[in-house]
Design a protein around this ligand. Structure first.
Ligand SMILES: Cc1cc2nc3c(=O)[nH]c(=O)nc-3n(C[C@H](O)[C@H](O)[C@H](O)COP(=O)(O)OP(=O)(O)OC[C@H]3O[C@@H](n4cnc5c(N)ncnc54)[C@H](O)[C@@H]3O)c2cc1C
Length: 387
């Protein structure tokens, strides 16, 4: 059996949904193919931090456009996605760390970015009274915040369906060809044909790219999270640390979310990942060192996600350099949640207009492909924060 459409989106995570939504709003007939169920992987495992703080420069303009969209999320998808604009703080615990933060904020200001500022220890204390007094100052992004990943998934899914997207779950693409003016994707029993294609297959997107003729090397991340029992309002901003692998926030439901980039054990073939209890204990210890009051709380859940990581920790978002009408959208390296609304719009623009309003020049897939040299500057200019 063959189904025809104007666009095929492979992957039912938030990026696939957002791209499908924006294409459909421009009168494109979209079929979205998801091997498992919508939100099964990274998007459903996300800590949902909405962060411009310490963004790599290559992603910053995009992240600022996305941040504005998060502040108007109801207008985009009819739901605020649980977004709470309580800010994000990166702590400096000694003078050396403070100098790094100051240099970054000075550099941002020189280039016209105002999303971060340095705040004193007194201001940190008034923003986060529960913090142990280990800090001497912090960088603060006041407009940043956090959302609810499941509410966000439901909102984007609902909006996409209302815009006319056909979402097929349990349909895993197993082969892909370009024939004449159409892409042909098949799950082994059914074929889907469309002139436009979006590769939003998360941790498995490298395989889809290879089938289309693009050899884009990626690694896999299996970032872990801890969730505690519910507690009374405890903290509003998200707190990240320079020297400890820690990201700490409170959800709308009152649970505390502890992440920060400790890695579990990925198994791409089995499509699952496992928690590494030894490293998870380090996350818990880091949380206790900054927030002693959490010491006696019960952990109610922990998990590890699966997503693609690039060698420069910068996302891949751009048209294929070798195949026509193919948008690659993956490699978010632990911080793609925030970019979701803006990249949906950019995907529709690139596929339909050939150019995007927002500058994606630093996110092009070609930079990682054979013959391209790694750009060390891009790796060094941010400190690889991971939620
Ligand atoms: C623990 C954790 C915490 C995080 N915290 C944050 C955070 O605080 N802030 C932030 O900005 N980002 C965060 N991230 C990253 C963010 O969640 C991801 O960057 C984002 O969700 C990626 O979305 P996606 O749609 O690209 O991928 P996914 O949600 O992984 O979706 C890809 C989908 O493609 C499907 N698929 C794969 N192959 C095929 C195929 N052949 N056919 C059909 N379907 C296929 C998969 O089943 C999957 O559902 C976190 C990630 C994790 C794991």
């Amino acid at each position: 059996m063959t189904t025809t459409a104007d666009a095929i989106v492979i992957g039912g995570g938030l990026h696939g949904l957002s791209a499908a939504l924006q294409l459909a709003r421009r009168q494109v007939k979209v079929v979205l193919l998801e091997r498992s169920r919508v939100g099964r992987h990274s998007s459903g495992a996300s800590a949902a931090g909405v962060r411009t703080l310490n963004r790599a420069r290559a992603e910053l303009k995009l992240a600022i456009v996305a941040m504005d969209m998060w502040h108007h999320m109801e207008e985009l998808v009819g739901d605020n996605c649980g977004f709470r604009p309580y800010g994000q703080l990166q702590l400096a615990e000694n003078d050396e760390e403070l100098q790094i933060l100051k240099a970054r904020v000075d550099g941002l200001n020189r280039d016209g970015f105002t999303n971060e500022e340095i705040v004193s220890a007194d201001e940190v204390r008034s923003l986060v009274p529960a913090l142990a007094p280990v800090y001497i100052a912090a960088a603060l992004a006041r407009n940043d915040g956090a959302a609810d990943p499941h509410q966000t998934l439901m909102a984007f899914r609902r909006a996409a369906v209302e815009a006319g997207v056909t979402i097929l779950e349990g349909v895993g693409v197993r082969s892909l060809h370009r024939e004449g003016h159409v892409w042909r994707a098949s799950d082994g029993s059914e074929t889907f044909e469309a002139p436009l294609l979006v590769n939003a297959a998360g941790a498995w997107a490298g395989q889809i790219a290879a089938w289309a003729g693009d050899d884009i090397p990626i690694a896999t991340k299996a970032s872990m999270m801890i969730v505690t029992e519910r507690v009374a309002p405890f903290i509003r901003p998200t707190v990240i640390s320079m020297k400890r692998k820690l990201s700490f926030k409170q959800s709308n439901q009152g649970t505390l979310l502890i992440g920060g980039g400790q890695q579990g054990l990925p198994d791409l073939e089995a499509e699952r990942s496992e928690v590494d209890a030894r490293l998870l204990a380090k996350s818990a210890a880091a949380a206790i060192s900054l927030f002693p009051a959490v010491k006696d709380l019960r952990i109610v859940r922990s998990w590890a996600g699966l997503e693609a990581k690039t060698r420069d920790d910068i996302a891949i978002a751009g048209l294929s350099p070798s195949a026509p009408s193919l948008m690659h959208l993956f490699g978010f390296s632990g911080h793609g949640f925030q970019l979701v609304p803006a990249l949906g719009v950019a995907t529709a623009e690139l596929l339909l207009d050939g150019r995007s309003t927002v500058d994606l020049s630093g996110l092009q897939p070609g930079r990682l492909m054979a013959g391209a040299k790694p750009d060390k500057r891009k790796v060094d200019e941010h400190q690889g924060v991971s939620e």
